[in-house]
Design a protein around this ligand. Sequence first.
Ligand SMILES: Nc1nc2c(c(=O)[nH]1)N[C@H]1C(S)=C(S)[C@@H](COP(=O)(O)O)O[C@H]1N2
Ligand SMILES: [Mo]
Length: 394
Amino acid sequence: MRPDPTPGRRAFLAGTAAAILLGCKADPDESASETGTPRETGAEPCADPFEGGALLGLVGFLGEDDEGVGYVDGVGLDGRLAVDLTTLDEDHLVQNNDAFYVRTLAPSALEPAGWTIPIGGLVAEAGSITADELAAAAVPMGVTLLECSGNSSNRAFGLISAAEWSGVPVVDVLARVTPLPSATRVRIRGFDEHPKSTGSIAGAAWVFTVAELVAAGAFFATEMNGAPLPADHGGPVRLVMPGWFGCTCIKWVDEIVFVDDSEPATSQMLEFAERTHQVGKPSLARDYLPAKVQQAAMPVRVEQWEVAGEIVYRIVGVLWGGEAPTDKLVLSFNGGPDVPVTVCPAATTNRTWTLWSTAWRPEPGLYTITCHIDDDVPQVRLDDGYYARAVMIG
Ligand SMILES: Nc1nc2c(c(=O)[nH]1)N[C@H]1C(S)=C(S)[C@@H](COP(=O)(O)O)O[C@H]1N2
Ligand SMILES: [Mo]
């Protein structure tokens, strides 16, 4: 899935930004964070090969669309907002509530007043919990990243964001009822009545084992970045599955049902089977692999600098997904040899993304940049070149 190397509107805009920035000498005092002045890692500060240099501008990525990048495109089920990843830096790794990516805007028929979630199915006695009860019991859950499994070059890979959430562990909510011995799984559904859609299928529900919910640290979120969860992000109540793709993070949760091993896959599971790397389109929920985000990495920005009279490029990117922090990032240019990148400060968590950058001195030409983790970790998307990005130098 290499991007088609035709300049898109995004590349044109980046060119404009480059023209505006051209010749603006970075002030060594004022631009400390922008120029990546050594950051404390505890013992050793990170080396900064751009110290004293001047940022000339950005080189745009080729063959990508900027549809919905930084603005809401479409309505309801077709409402999308993709994050402008070129703005990521050490101080901007958490998105504000109105800048966090959107995959589906709140349905117009949503009625949050008196929101009550029934808990039933294969249980001794049905129960329920209200959004107010959840909000009152919410505790901080830390910064957690979500990525849409359909995140792609169509929206400049911007269907990915991190926020600081508060909520209630799903297991605490499930404990309100006594499941029958036959209950092996839980189906969590969200309100999803939209008037019309041009492409997406309405109806949002995913089936999990209790063990998956426990292992992921699943929670029902009621707050995002210290504010009540906005309707467009699933308010009053959404599921967050840390480490799993966004399509499992059901918004406007309106039903929790204990089910058994014969439970069919939901329409949402079928719709997202390919994007979550399932084997075919299993018709039973039990045949789905956990829809986890495997280790991934991509460049988010290529900067052009002048350092001591020399033109040098700086590739800035992110690492995310996976199960354990890695320091084995390598880049490849046009499929050439691996070029190791020192991630500094080192990645300390897989719950959210980690920024990295590296100096690059290319000859003029067209380059496709791919990332890989030089370690034995699953990385199906990196193996497929899914997050490859192309730039024209010179
Ligand atoms: N009820 C409901 N929940 C949903 C969806 C939806 O369409 N309806 N979309 C899912 C998908 S595909 C993603 S990627 C995430 C996006 O969450 P966000 O819009 O808050 O970023 O919500 C998930 N939860
Ligand atoms: Mo998604």
